[in-house]
Design a protein around this ligand. Sequence first.
Ligand SMILES: Cc1cc2nc3c(=O)[nH]c(=O)nc-3n(C[C@H](O)[C@H](O)[C@H](O)COP(=O)(O)OP(=O)(O)OC[C@H]3O[C@@H](n4cnc5c(N)ncnc54)[C@H](O)[C@@H]3O)c2cc1C
Length: 392
Amino acid sequence: MIDFKNTQIAFEAKSNADLRRAKILFNAIKHTWVVKLGKIFVYITTKLRFPVGWLLKPTIYKQFVGGETLEKCTPLAQQLMKYNIRSIFDYSAEGGGSDKDIQQTFDEFIRSIEYAKGNENVAYTVFKPTALTTDELLEKASSKAELNEEEQKQYDAYKQRFEKLCQRAYDNDVRILVDAEDYCFQDAIDEFTEEMMRKFNKKRATVFTTLQMYRHDRLPYLAKLYNDAVENNYTVGMKFVRGAYMEKERERAKQLGYPDPVCQTKKATDENYNSGLLYVIEHIDKFEMFSGTHNEESNIVLANLIDKHNIARNDNRIFFAQLYGMSENLSYNLAHEGYNVAKYIPYAPVKKVLPYLIRRAEENTSIAGQTTRELELLKAELRRRKTVKKGK
Ligand SMILES: Cc1cc2nc3c(=O)[nH]c(=O)nc-3n(C[C@H](O)[C@H](O)[C@H](O)COP(=O)(O)OP(=O)(O)OC[C@H]3O[C@@H](n4cnc5c(N)ncnc54)[C@H](O)[C@@H]3O)c2cc1C
Protein backbone atom coordinates (compact mmCIF):
# COMPACT_ATOMS: atom_id res chain seq x y z
CA MET A 1 0.00 0.00 0.00
CA ILE A 2 1.44 3.38 -0.96
CA ASP A 3 1.93 5.80 1.88
CA PHE A 4 1.05 9.26 0.61
CA LYS A 5 1.99 10.67 4.00
CA ASN A 6 5.63 9.80 3.46
CA THR A 7 6.95 13.36 3.33
CA GLN A 8 10.58 12.30 3.15
CA ILE A 9 9.98 10.84 -0.31
CA ALA A 10 7.47 13.54 -1.23
CA PHE A 11 9.97 16.37 -0.70
CA GLU A 12 13.21 14.57 -1.50
CA ALA A 13 14.00 17.08 -4.20
CA LYS A 14 13.26 20.16 -2.10
CA SER A 15 15.62 22.17 0.08
CA ASN A 16 14.54 23.61 3.44
CA ALA A 17 14.34 27.02 1.81
CA ASP A 18 12.00 25.61 -0.88
CA LEU A 19 9.74 24.15 1.79
CA ARG A 20 9.64 27.36 3.80
CA ARG A 21 8.83 29.41 0.71
CA ALA A 22 6.00 27.02 -0.20
CA LYS A 23 4.70 27.15 3.35
CA ILE A 24 4.53 30.96 3.33
CA LEU A 25 2.80 30.89 -0.05
CA PHE A 26 0.15 28.29 0.84
CA ASN A 27 -0.43 30.08 4.15
CA ALA A 28 -1.19 33.25 2.22
CA ILE A 29 -3.43 31.76 -0.47
CA LYS A 30 -5.54 29.84 2.00
CA HIS A 31 -7.21 33.21 2.72
CA THR A 32 -9.83 34.13 0.14
CA TRP A 33 -9.25 37.84 0.80
CA VAL A 34 -5.54 37.54 -0.06
CA VAL A 35 -6.37 35.93 -3.38
CA LYS A 36 -9.06 38.53 -4.12
CA LEU A 37 -6.67 41.35 -3.26
CA GLY A 38 -3.93 39.73 -5.37
CA LYS A 39 -6.33 39.56 -8.30
CA ILE A 40 -7.14 43.27 -8.03
CA PHE A 41 -3.44 44.11 -7.65
CA VAL A 42 -2.55 42.12 -10.76
CA TYR A 43 -5.41 43.70 -12.71
CA ILE A 44 -4.36 47.24 -11.81
CA THR A 45 -0.65 46.71 -12.34
CA THR A 46 -1.31 45.09 -15.72
CA LYS A 47 -3.50 48.01 -16.80
CA LEU A 48 -0.82 50.47 -15.70
CA ARG A 49 1.86 48.28 -17.31
CA PHE A 50 3.63 48.31 -13.97
CA PRO A 51 6.22 45.50 -13.82
CA VAL A 52 5.31 42.84 -11.24
CA GLY A 53 7.85 40.17 -12.18
CA TRP A 54 10.17 41.08 -9.27
CA LEU A 55 7.37 40.26 -6.82
CA LEU A 56 5.80 37.23 -8.47
CA LYS A 57 8.84 35.47 -9.87
CA PRO A 58 10.42 34.39 -6.58
CA THR A 59 7.03 33.51 -5.03
CA ILE A 60 3.91 32.19 -6.74
CA TYR A 61 5.54 31.93 -10.19
CA LYS A 62 8.40 29.85 -8.81
CA GLN A 63 5.96 27.52 -7.06
CA PHE A 64 3.64 26.79 -10.00
CA VAL A 65 5.54 27.63 -13.20
CA GLY A 66 8.58 25.90 -14.73
CA GLY A 67 10.12 28.93 -16.44
CA GLU A 68 9.71 31.36 -19.30
CA THR A 69 10.71 29.06 -22.15
CA LEU A 70 11.09 25.36 -22.86
CA GLU A 71 14.85 25.71 -22.76
CA LYS A 72 14.75 27.38 -19.35
CA CYS A 73 12.61 24.47 -18.08
CA THR A 74 15.13 21.82 -19.20
CA PRO A 75 17.04 21.61 -15.86
CA LEU A 76 13.73 21.11 -14.06
CA ALA A 77 12.74 18.25 -16.39
CA GLN A 78 16.14 16.65 -15.83
CA GLN A 79 15.79 16.97 -12.09
CA LEU A 80 12.29 15.42 -12.07
CA MET A 81 13.55 12.55 -14.20
CA LYS A 82 16.04 11.68 -11.46
CA TYR A 83 12.97 10.76 -9.41
CA ASN A 84 11.34 8.92 -12.29
CA ILE A 85 8.88 11.74 -12.95
CA ARG A 86 8.32 12.93 -16.49
CA SER A 87 7.26 16.35 -17.68
CA ILE A 88 4.45 17.74 -19.78
CA PHE A 89 5.21 21.27 -20.88
CA ASP A 90 2.08 23.33 -21.02
CA TYR A 91 2.40 26.70 -22.75
CA SER A 92 0.14 28.67 -20.45
CA ALA A 93 0.20 32.13 -21.96
CA GLU A 94 -3.32 33.40 -22.24
CA GLY A 95 -3.49 35.79 -25.15
CA GLY A 96 -6.06 38.17 -26.45
CA GLY A 97 -7.45 36.03 -29.30
CA SER A 98 -6.14 38.22 -32.13
CA ASP A 99 -4.83 36.48 -35.29
CA LYS A 100 -1.32 37.36 -34.15
CA ASP A 101 -1.84 35.85 -30.68
CA ILE A 102 -3.31 32.69 -32.18
CA GLN A 103 -0.44 32.27 -34.61
CA GLN A 104 2.14 32.90 -31.92
CA THR A 105 0.54 30.35 -29.58
CA PHE A 106 0.22 27.81 -32.38
CA ASP A 107 3.93 28.25 -33.20
CA GLU A 108 4.81 27.66 -29.55
CA PHE A 109 2.69 24.48 -29.44
CA ILE A 110 4.61 23.25 -32.48
CA ARG A 111 7.89 24.11 -30.75
CA SER A 112 6.83 22.09 -27.71
CA ILE A 113 6.13 19.07 -29.94
CA GLU A 114 9.54 19.44 -31.56
CA TYR A 115 11.15 19.74 -28.12
CA ALA A 116 9.47 16.48 -27.02
CA LYS A 117 10.72 14.49 -30.00
CA GLY A 118 12.97 11.69 -28.72
CA ASN A 119 13.17 13.45 -25.33
CA GLU A 120 12.73 10.84 -22.63
CA ASN A 121 12.07 13.49 -19.97
CA VAL A 122 8.81 14.41 -21.69
CA ALA A 123 5.81 12.10 -21.43
CA TYR A 124 3.20 14.02 -23.45
CA THR A 125 2.64 17.32 -25.18
CA VAL A 126 -0.52 19.34 -24.65
CA PHE A 127 -2.62 22.15 -26.06
CA LYS A 128 -5.83 24.04 -25.41
CA PRO A 129 -8.12 24.13 -28.45
CA THR A 130 -9.52 27.53 -27.41
CA ALA A 131 -6.05 28.98 -27.99
CA LEU A 132 -6.41 28.12 -31.68
CA THR A 133 -9.43 30.31 -32.40
CA THR A 134 -11.86 32.69 -30.73
CA ASP A 135 -14.25 31.65 -27.97
CA GLU A 136 -17.21 33.06 -29.89
CA LEU A 137 -16.56 30.87 -32.90
CA LEU A 138 -15.97 27.70 -30.92
CA GLU A 139 -19.13 28.29 -28.92
CA LYS A 140 -21.17 28.85 -32.05
CA ALA A 141 -19.76 25.74 -33.74
CA SER A 142 -20.48 23.74 -30.60
CA SER A 143 -24.09 24.88 -30.51
CA LYS A 144 -24.53 23.53 -34.07
CA ALA A 145 -25.76 26.94 -35.23
CA GLU A 146 -25.09 27.52 -38.90
CA LEU A 147 -21.84 29.40 -39.52
CA ASN A 148 -21.76 32.18 -42.10
CA GLU A 149 -19.19 32.08 -44.88
CA GLU A 150 -16.52 34.03 -43.02
CA GLU A 151 -17.06 32.03 -39.82
CA GLN A 152 -16.83 28.78 -41.75
CA LYS A 153 -13.53 29.93 -43.22
CA GLN A 154 -12.22 30.74 -39.75
CA TYR A 155 -13.49 27.45 -38.39
CA ASP A 156 -11.76 25.50 -41.16
CA ALA A 157 -8.53 27.35 -40.33
CA TYR A 158 -8.95 26.35 -36.67
CA LYS A 159 -9.41 22.69 -37.62
CA GLN A 160 -6.35 22.86 -39.85
CA ARG A 161 -4.25 24.15 -36.95
CA PHE A 162 -5.64 21.45 -34.66
CA GLU A 163 -4.86 18.76 -37.22
CA LYS A 164 -1.36 20.11 -37.87
CA LEU A 165 -0.55 19.74 -34.16
CA CYS A 166 -1.80 16.14 -34.15
CA GLN A 167 0.04 15.38 -37.38
CA ARG A 168 3.29 16.80 -36.02
CA ALA A 169 2.90 14.80 -32.82
CA TYR A 170 2.28 11.67 -34.87
CA ASP A 171 5.29 12.33 -37.12
CA ASN A 172 7.49 12.87 -34.05
CA ASP A 173 6.11 9.83 -32.22
CA VAL A 174 4.96 12.04 -29.37
CA ARG A 175 1.64 11.86 -27.56
CA ILE A 176 -0.61 14.91 -27.48
CA LEU A 177 -3.28 15.77 -24.91
CA VAL A 178 -6.24 17.90 -25.95
CA ASP A 179 -7.25 19.79 -22.81
CA ALA A 180 -10.95 20.08 -21.94
CA GLU A 181 -12.49 23.45 -21.24
CA ASP A 182 -15.91 25.05 -20.80
CA TYR A 183 -19.00 22.96 -21.54
CA CYS A 184 -20.12 25.45 -24.22
CA PHE A 185 -17.05 24.65 -26.38
CA GLN A 186 -16.75 21.00 -25.64
CA ASP A 187 -19.05 19.36 -28.22
CA ALA A 188 -17.09 20.82 -31.11
CA ILE A 189 -13.78 19.93 -29.45
CA ASP A 190 -14.90 16.36 -28.72
CA GLU A 191 -16.15 15.81 -32.23
CA PHE A 192 -12.93 16.91 -33.88
CA THR A 193 -10.74 15.09 -31.34
CA GLU A 194 -12.62 11.88 -32.19
CA GLU A 195 -11.83 12.49 -35.85
CA MET A 196 -8.16 12.97 -34.99
CA MET A 197 -8.08 9.80 -32.87
CA ARG A 198 -9.58 7.81 -35.75
CA LYS A 199 -6.89 9.20 -38.02
CA PHE A 200 -3.78 9.10 -35.82
CA ASN A 201 -4.40 6.37 -33.24
CA LYS A 202 -4.35 3.32 -35.49
CA LYS A 203 -1.17 1.78 -34.11
CA ARG A 204 -1.28 3.30 -30.62
CA ALA A 205 -2.72 6.39 -28.95
CA THR A 206 -1.13 9.59 -30.16
CA VAL A 207 -4.12 11.91 -29.63
CA PHE A 208 -5.80 12.02 -26.20
CA THR A 209 -9.27 13.39 -25.57
CA THR A 210 -10.12 14.77 -22.11
CA LEU A 211 -13.19 13.73 -20.15
CA GLN A 212 -14.27 15.95 -17.26
CA MET A 213 -15.86 13.47 -14.93
CA TYR A 214 -17.82 16.12 -13.03
CA ARG A 215 -20.13 15.95 -16.01
CA HIS A 216 -22.89 13.42 -15.48
CA ASP A 217 -22.94 12.42 -19.16
CA ARG A 218 -19.31 11.27 -19.45
CA LEU A 219 -19.59 7.58 -18.60
CA PRO A 220 -21.98 6.89 -21.50
CA TYR A 221 -19.65 8.95 -23.70
CA LEU A 222 -16.72 6.81 -22.59
CA ALA A 223 -18.59 3.65 -23.65
CA LYS A 224 -19.47 5.31 -26.96
CA LEU A 225 -15.78 6.04 -27.58
CA TYR A 226 -14.89 2.46 -26.80
CA ASN A 227 -17.47 1.17 -29.31
CA ASP A 228 -16.22 3.62 -31.91
CA ALA A 229 -12.64 2.42 -31.36
CA VAL A 230 -13.69 -1.20 -31.79
CA GLU A 231 -15.70 -0.40 -34.90
CA ASN A 232 -13.01 1.77 -36.49
CA ASN A 233 -10.01 -0.12 -35.19
CA TYR A 234 -8.08 2.48 -33.22
CA THR A 235 -6.91 3.09 -29.64
CA VAL A 236 -8.64 5.74 -27.53
CA GLY A 237 -6.27 8.16 -25.83
CA MET A 238 -8.13 8.93 -22.61
CA LYS A 239 -7.27 11.74 -20.25
CA PHE A 240 -9.44 11.86 -17.13
CA VAL A 241 -9.87 14.92 -14.92
CA ARG A 242 -12.68 15.95 -12.60
CA GLY A 243 -13.14 19.36 -14.26
CA ALA A 244 -12.01 22.85 -13.38
CA TYR A 245 -14.99 25.08 -14.13
CA MET A 246 -17.76 23.87 -11.81
CA GLU A 247 -18.94 27.19 -10.39
CA LYS A 248 -18.88 28.84 -13.79
CA GLU A 249 -20.79 25.94 -15.38
CA ARG A 250 -23.50 25.93 -12.73
CA GLU A 251 -23.91 29.70 -12.97
CA ARG A 252 -24.09 29.67 -16.75
CA ALA A 253 -26.63 26.84 -16.83
CA LYS A 254 -28.80 28.74 -14.38
CA GLN A 255 -28.54 31.98 -16.31
CA LEU A 256 -29.30 30.46 -19.69
CA GLY A 257 -31.87 27.99 -18.36
CA TYR A 258 -30.40 24.69 -19.49
CA PRO A 259 -29.81 21.65 -17.22
CA ASP A 260 -26.67 21.83 -15.08
CA PRO A 261 -24.09 19.59 -16.82
CA VAL A 262 -22.19 18.95 -13.56
CA CYS A 263 -22.98 16.17 -11.07
CA GLN A 264 -25.09 17.31 -8.14
CA THR A 265 -22.58 16.27 -5.48
CA LYS A 266 -18.85 15.81 -5.02
CA LYS A 267 -19.51 12.17 -4.17
CA ALA A 268 -21.21 11.63 -7.54
CA THR A 269 -18.21 13.22 -9.31
CA ASP A 270 -15.82 11.01 -7.35
CA GLU A 271 -17.81 7.87 -8.21
CA ASN A 272 -17.93 8.87 -11.86
CA TYR A 273 -14.17 9.42 -11.91
CA ASN A 274 -13.34 6.11 -10.29
CA SER A 275 -15.85 4.25 -12.51
CA GLY A 276 -14.11 5.73 -15.53
CA LEU A 277 -10.77 4.40 -14.31
CA LEU A 278 -12.28 0.95 -13.80
CA TYR A 279 -13.92 0.95 -17.23
CA VAL A 280 -10.64 1.77 -18.98
CA ILE A 281 -8.62 -0.80 -17.05
CA GLU A 282 -11.21 -3.45 -17.89
CA HIS A 283 -10.96 -2.49 -21.58
CA ILE A 284 -7.27 -1.60 -21.62
CA ASP A 285 -6.68 -3.27 -24.98
CA LYS A 286 -8.49 -0.37 -26.62
CA PHE A 287 -7.16 2.45 -24.43
CA GLU A 288 -4.19 4.41 -23.21
CA MET A 289 -4.95 6.37 -20.07
CA PHE A 290 -3.84 9.55 -18.32
CA SER A 291 -5.30 10.20 -14.88
CA GLY A 292 -4.92 13.87 -13.91
CA THR A 293 -5.93 14.22 -10.29
CA HIS A 294 -4.80 15.34 -6.86
CA ASN A 295 -7.42 13.15 -5.24
CA GLU A 296 -5.70 10.63 -3.00
CA GLU A 297 -8.43 8.03 -3.22
CA SER A 298 -8.58 8.07 -7.03
CA ASN A 299 -4.81 7.62 -7.18
CA ILE A 300 -5.04 4.64 -4.84
CA VAL A 301 -7.95 3.20 -6.84
CA LEU A 302 -5.91 3.37 -10.04
CA ALA A 303 -2.74 1.98 -8.45
CA ASN A 304 -4.71 -0.95 -7.03
CA LEU A 305 -6.47 -1.60 -10.34
CA ILE A 306 -3.13 -1.73 -12.15
CA ASP A 307 -1.77 -4.26 -9.66
CA LYS A 308 -4.98 -6.29 -9.51
CA HIS A 309 -5.08 -6.67 -13.29
CA ASN A 310 -1.42 -7.66 -13.39
CA ILE A 311 -0.50 -4.70 -15.54
CA ALA A 312 3.14 -3.70 -15.15
CA ARG A 313 3.43 -0.55 -13.05
CA ASN A 314 5.59 1.03 -15.72
CA ASP A 315 3.28 0.01 -18.60
CA ASN A 316 3.63 2.96 -20.92
CA ARG A 317 -0.12 3.07 -21.61
CA ILE A 318 -1.00 4.38 -18.16
CA PHE A 319 0.16 7.58 -16.46
CA PHE A 320 -0.71 9.35 -13.25
CA ALA A 321 -0.36 13.13 -13.39
CA GLN A 322 -0.41 16.15 -11.12
CA LEU A 323 0.20 19.86 -11.60
CA TYR A 324 3.66 21.24 -10.93
CA GLY A 325 3.92 22.74 -7.44
CA MET A 326 1.05 20.70 -6.02
CA SER A 327 0.59 17.28 -4.43
CA GLU A 328 4.24 16.29 -4.43
CA ASN A 329 3.28 13.59 -1.91
CA LEU A 330 1.27 11.82 -4.62
CA SER A 331 3.69 12.28 -7.51
CA TYR A 332 6.90 11.34 -5.71
CA ASN A 333 5.44 8.42 -3.78
CA LEU A 334 3.76 6.94 -6.86
CA ALA A 335 6.97 7.30 -8.85
CA HIS A 336 8.94 5.79 -5.98
CA GLU A 337 6.65 2.74 -6.14
CA GLY A 338 7.41 2.35 -9.85
CA TYR A 339 4.21 3.78 -11.40
CA ASN A 340 4.41 6.15 -14.37
CA VAL A 341 4.04 9.74 -13.22
CA ALA A 342 4.10 13.03 -15.06
CA LYS A 343 3.86 16.64 -13.97
CA TYR A 344 2.03 19.31 -15.94
CA ILE A 345 4.56 22.14 -16.07
CA PRO A 346 3.20 25.48 -17.18
CA TYR A 347 5.68 27.78 -18.84
CA ALA A 348 5.44 31.34 -20.19
CA PRO A 349 6.73 34.81 -19.35
CA VAL A 350 5.37 36.17 -16.05
CA LYS A 351 3.09 38.71 -17.70
CA LYS A 352 1.39 36.12 -19.87
CA VAL A 353 0.91 33.48 -17.23
CA LEU A 354 -0.93 35.71 -14.74
CA PRO A 355 -4.45 34.35 -15.44
CA TYR A 356 -3.10 30.82 -14.91
CA LEU A 357 -1.54 31.82 -11.60
CA ILE A 358 -4.72 33.46 -10.41
CA ARG A 359 -6.66 30.29 -11.24
CA ARG A 360 -4.18 28.16 -9.28
CA ALA A 361 -4.46 30.48 -6.29
CA GLU A 362 -8.26 30.51 -6.52
CA GLU A 363 -8.43 26.75 -6.90
CA ASN A 364 -6.23 26.27 -3.86
CA THR A 365 -8.53 28.52 -1.86
CA SER A 366 -11.80 27.04 -3.12
CA ILE A 367 -11.11 23.30 -3.13
CA ALA A 368 -11.92 22.31 0.39
CA GLY A 369 -8.95 20.91 2.24
CA GLN A 370 -6.42 21.22 -0.58
CA THR A 371 -4.33 24.04 0.87
CA THR A 372 -4.62 22.65 4.38
CA ARG A 373 -3.34 19.33 3.06
CA GLU A 374 -0.37 20.97 1.34
CA LEU A 375 0.43 22.94 4.49
CA GLU A 376 0.19 19.93 6.79
CA LEU A 377 2.62 18.00 4.58
CA LEU A 378 5.09 20.88 4.39
CA LYS A 379 5.01 21.37 8.15
CA ALA A 380 5.40 17.64 8.79
CA GLU A 381 8.47 17.47 6.58
CA LEU A 382 10.08 20.55 8.14
CA ARG A 383 9.45 19.00 11.58
CA ARG A 384 10.88 15.66 10.46
CA ARG A 385 14.04 17.29 9.12
CA LYS A 386 14.51 19.20 12.37
CA THR A 387 14.17 16.00 14.40
CA VAL A 388 16.61 14.13 12.18
CA LYS A 389 19.12 16.98 12.52
CA LYS A 390 18.76 17.01 16.28
CA GLY A 391 19.22 13.24 16.44
CA LYS A 392 22.56 13.42 14.64
C1 LIG B 1 -2.53 16.93 -14.69
C2 LIG B 1 -3.83 17.66 -14.67
C3 LIG B 1 -4.41 18.11 -15.85
C4 LIG B 1 -5.63 18.80 -15.83
N1 LIG B 1 -6.23 19.16 -17.01
C5 LIG B 1 -7.50 19.70 -16.99
C6 LIG B 1 -8.23 19.92 -18.18
O1 LIG B 1 -7.78 19.66 -19.30
N2 LIG B 1 -9.49 20.43 -18.08
C7 LIG B 1 -10.08 20.71 -16.86
O2 LIG B 1 -11.24 21.13 -16.82
N3 LIG B 1 -9.38 20.53 -15.71
C8 LIG B 1 -8.13 20.02 -15.74
N4 LIG B 1 -7.46 19.78 -14.56
C9 LIG B 1 -8.04 20.26 -13.27
C10 LIG B 1 -9.04 19.25 -12.73
O3 LIG B 1 -10.17 19.17 -13.57
C11 LIG B 1 -9.53 19.58 -11.31
O4 LIG B 1 -10.14 20.83 -11.30
C12 LIG B 1 -8.46 19.59 -10.25
O5 LIG B 1 -7.47 18.65 -10.52
C13 LIG B 1 -9.11 19.26 -8.89
O6 LIG B 1 -9.71 17.97 -8.91
P1 LIG B 1 -8.99 16.69 -8.29
O7 LIG B 1 -9.48 15.45 -8.96
O8 LIG B 1 -7.54 16.91 -8.39
O9 LIG B 1 -9.31 16.68 -6.72
P2 LIG B 1 -10.52 16.84 -5.75
O10 LIG B 1 -10.11 17.90 -4.81
O11 LIG B 1 -10.90 15.53 -5.19
O12 LIG B 1 -11.76 17.32 -6.59
C14 LIG B 1 -12.16 18.64 -6.74
C15 LIG B 1 -13.04 18.64 -7.96
O13 LIG B 1 -14.23 17.87 -7.71
C16 LIG B 1 -15.33 18.44 -8.39
N5 LIG B 1 -16.31 18.89 -7.36
C17 LIG B 1 -16.05 19.59 -6.23
N6 LIG B 1 -17.19 19.85 -5.55
C18 LIG B 1 -18.20 19.29 -6.25
C19 LIG B 1 -19.62 19.24 -6.07
N7 LIG B 1 -20.21 19.82 -5.02
N8 LIG B 1 -20.35 18.62 -7.01
C20 LIG B 1 -19.78 18.03 -8.08
N9 LIG B 1 -18.44 18.03 -8.31
C21 LIG B 1 -17.66 18.66 -7.41
C22 LIG B 1 -14.76 19.61 -9.19
O14 LIG B 1 -14.41 19.11 -10.46
C23 LIG B 1 -13.52 20.00 -8.40
O15 LIG B 1 -12.56 20.65 -9.21
C24 LIG B 1 -6.25 19.08 -14.57
C25 LIG B 1 -5.67 18.63 -13.39
C26 LIG B 1 -4.49 17.92 -13.42
C27 LIG B 1 -3.91 17.44 -12.13
